[in-house]
Ligand binder design. Structure first.
Ligand SMILES: [Zn+2]
Length: 351
């Protein structure tokens, strides 16, 4: 499946006559940063609220759903099937984007954006089946219509990762992730304000803030959306590169990333009530950041261990905006113009 999207690019163009990714954003005219309210989180972590996963539809109750049945129920055209590589590839022209699935691969593409499924689709009797949780939590959310009558002056909490005695990843330029996350947060805040958001930051200077305090802060501000900003590292490896956007893993689904933490699929966290909205916002933010053409796509992924996400009672995402362990990306991230472009793309994507 690696580079499958590249192999299929020509086929997609022939089939659709267009491609959706890749509109370059206008370079920023300025890099003005306005002051945002300084609020020091003081609340303790809210008690866990147990809730069942919110399913978008009850039309599919079987564990493995025949792909063609989903396509028929949704009224899409029959899928195209290509024999590329070891396993067949299915291309589905949905109402909102072009979906590419391959048997035995957890990597799918939606409008050329990489999605990491919880379960690899299975080929049985010549028919492709997709796991119900992937359908409900990873594909159906991307078909949703914009919410009508959404309230104005919505509250967003931007969370610059790390701070204080927690520097985060070390960059090859001698600086640390905590400096770049704060700078990015301070850049995106005024842009979000201009878009009509009420914006709060979990920190506005170089202080340590616990994960629990970050969650409690969002709760205290009655946030409608929580966005945690990070930069990645795979040191000493210098090859890993690109943009990753994370959501909490839905209950029942294995995580894409576990980082050696246990990944008990039976756990239900407060933020699991927002599975669908998490994925929607993650997709919007991820697409907008990719459209800058500044970072390669490492996909939308799920993680269960991220304490800053799982206790949230609102849609929440975590963005890893490139690798500080990669010399090229470290140089990019050190460039204020790069961070400004990320900020502008993010503000646009969350519109
Ligand atoms: Zn980090």
């Amino acid at each position: 499946m690696l580079k499958l999207v590249t192999l299929l690019a020509c086929a997609i163009l022939v089939l659709t006559g267009c491609t959706t990714a890749g509109k370059r954003t206008t370079p920023p005219a300025t890099s003005t940063v306005v002051q945002v309210p300084v609020i020091v989180p003081t609340h303790s972590n809210p008690p866990p609220r147990i809730a069942l996963p919110a399913f978008r539809t009850n039309e599919f109750t079987e564990t493995w759903v025949l792909l063609s049945r989903w396509i028929q129920v949704r009224g899409f055209s029959p899928p195209y099937r290509l024999a590329l590589g070891a396993q067949p590839v299915c291309i589905v022209h949905t109402s909102k984007g072009l979906l590419i699935l391959q048997a035995d691969s957890q990597i799918a593409y939606w409008d050329e954006v990489e999605l990491h499924l919880g379960f690899a689709p299975q080929l049985v009797g010549g028919q492709l089946f997709i796991h119900r949780l992937d359908l409900l939590k990873n594909l159906e959310p991307l078909l949703s219509e914009p919410t009508a009558g959404a309230k104005s002056n919505r509250v967003i909490v931007i969370d610059p990762g790390h701070g204080g005695d927690d520097p985060g990843a070390a960059s090859m330029d001698g600086r640390f992730e905590k400096q770049y996350t704060l700078d990015l947060a301070l850049r995106v805040a005024p842009l979000l304000i201009a878009e009509g958001w009420q914006v709060f930051l979990t920190r506005t200077n170089d202080v340590a803030v616990s994960l629990a305090s970050r969650v409690a802060f969002a709760e205290s501000r009655k946030a409608d959306l929580f966005v945690s900003l990070h930069f990645n590292s795979n040191a000493p490896d210098q090859i890993a590169a690109g943009l990753t956007t994370f959501c909490l893993t839905p209950t029942g689904m294995p995580s894409t990333l576990t980082r050696d933490f246990s990944d008990d699929v039976t756990l239900i966290f407060p933020n699991n009530t927002n599975d669908v909205k998490n994925w929607e916002y993650a997709f919007k933010a991820h697409c907008a950041l990719l459209e800058t053409h500044l970072l390669a796509d490492r996909g939308l992924q799920h993680a269960r261990f991220m304490g800053v996400l799982r206790g949230q009672n609102r849609p929440s995402i975590l963005i890893e905006g490139g690798y500080l362990s990669n010399p090229t990306e470290a140089r990019q991230i050190a460039d204020p113009a790069f961070r400004q472009k990320l900020a502008e793309a993010l503000a646009k994507g969350l519109k």
